[in-house]
Design a protein around this ligand. Structure first.
Ligand SMILES: NC(=O)c1ccc[n+]([C@@H]2O[C@H](COP(=O)([O-])OP(=O)(O)OC[C@H]3O[C@@H](n4cnc5c(N)ncnc54)[C@H](O)[C@@H]3O)[C@@H](O)[C@H]2O)c1
Ligand SMILES: O=C(O)C(=O)C[C@]1(C(=O)O)C=C[C@@H](O)C=C1
Length: 363
């Protein structure tokens, strides 16, 4: 029996636990320092067993996944270096930054255990074990950043286990990871938060901002609802890279401003065309439940029974939904539902039908 210990069974750790748990040769142990958390893990059936003893979880494990905010990784690595780990044990993490943890792992002595940095490029703005899904990693990239000294066979063992996530494994250098992921993940999170806060300030004097915010604003700002602690740690750990990216971002905004100052319509068209072309080349690989590409959004009045009504309407047309998720719903403000489908045809049929019966549907 292979024993996999997951430290921090939240969105990312819980989704990994669900991927591993169905394999009859794997026993998944959940670790949290809080009794209430381990009770929740067991209640939700995400792990086979759970403990508040770090030593107990660590010392029986063949694989240890550190799935806590990146600011806690160092503390956990130090604790693990004091444990009597199994010979050949592989410690890995899922943190969104990789250089700092790689450096720390190099400084610590792990007897006969190995550390391999990891980062699944999938997630959501939601957090906690309640948001975990066994489909989260399907077709996503899962990055590994092994040290050059790590034996190839050890990396292979981790890759083998991770096939259960149905993700595509890619190996890269930790510093390069932080550069690239800083640009395509960390920078967008800061932009989304800054944008929402800008509008939040306007809204203090005029609630029309909040009321009229539609698809465009919601699409670009979904990730502004991400967990503040997780993101505090990510941004502080990748500070140097992120500061450089912010500098480049300010330049982009200044360039836009001068295009407008000059009434340069051609430059506006060129900017949209270049962006559109680049974006349309991006691979359409997100087919997990949370990140289905066959998604549409429906604006819905916030009253009971609306989800049942939409699901019923689609059922009558024999259109199969793969997922339905409430994106936002508050008193007096229209909510938004995200509907996911398995294929383009179902998506097209659903949009056409819902529009024909009066729903506002958009991509
Ligand atoms: N959210 C994403 O989209 C995403 C994607 C890829 C990687 N990651 C990385 O995954 C890691 C976990 O993020 P998540 O989104 O699953 O967050 P989460 O909040 O859903 O889960 C975090 C887990 O860590 C535990 N934890 C938090 N503070 C703790 C503390 N002080 N002591 C002990 N345990 C503590 C929580 O109980 C929870 O089980 C982070 O390092 C993050 O950078 C996140
Ligand atoms: O889809 C989302 O909501 C995410 O924020 C996922 C996302 C990303 O930025 O793409 C966030 C953090 C990660 O470390 C990896 C993936």
């Amino acid at each position: 029996m292979i024993k996999v210990a997951i430290f921090g069974v939240g969105l990312i750790g819980g989704s990994l636990a669900l991927c591993f748990k169905n394999d009859p040769n794997i026993h998944v142990i959940g670790y949290s320092n809080r009794q209430s958390s381990i009770e929740k893990y067991l209640q939700r059936g995400v792990v086979h067993s759970a403990t508040t003893s770090l030593k107990e979880a660590a010392e029986q494990a063949d694989f240890i996944f550190l799935c806590v905010p990146v600011g806690l990784l160092e503390e956990y690595m130090i604790e693990l270096s004091k444990c009597e780990l199994k010979s050949g044990c592989i410690i890995t993490d899922v943190g969104s930054t990789k250089a700092a943890v790689a450096k720390r792992a190099n400084q610590l002595a792990f007897a006969d255990a190995y550390f391999i940095g990891g980062h699944p490029m999938a997630g959501s703005e939601r957090s906690g074990v309640e948001a975990a899904s066994s489909h989260l990693y399907e077709n996503a990239y899962y990055i590994l950043t092994p040290d050059k000294q790590t034996p190839a066979l050890v990396v292979e063992r981790l890759k083998q286990l991770l096939t259960l996530t149905k993700a595509n494994i890619v190996v890269m250098d930790a510093d390069e990871h932080d550069e690239v992921v800083g640009a395509i993940s960390h920078l967008p999170h800061m932009i989304a938060v800054a944008l929402v806060n800008q509008i939040r300030q306007y809204n203090e004097n005029n609630e029309l901002y909040e009321m009229l915010a539609a698809g465009g604003f919601r699409d670009i700002t979904r990730i502004a609802s991400s967990d503040p602690i997780v993101w505090r740690d990510i941004l502080l750990h990748n500070k140097e890279v992120v500061l450089r990216l912010l500098h480049d971002w300010s330049k982009q905004m200044t360039d836009f401003a001068s295009i407008l100052q000059n009434d340069d319509g051609k430059a506006i068209i060129a900017a949209f065309e270049q962006a559109g072309q680049f974006r349309s080349k991006m691979p359409e690989r997100r087919k997990g439940i949370i990140q289905s590409i066959y998604d549409c959004y429906v604006d819905v009045p916030d009253h009971p029974g609306i989800i049942g009504n939409i699901a019923g309407e689609l059922g009558k047309q024999r259109i199969n939904l793969s997922n339905i998720q409430i994106i936002e719903s508050r008193e007096d403000i229209p909510g938004v539902l995200r509907l996911s489908f398995h294929d383009q045809l179902s998506l097209d049929q659903a949009m056409e039908h819902l529009q024909s019966i009066g729903y506002a549907v958009h991509m």
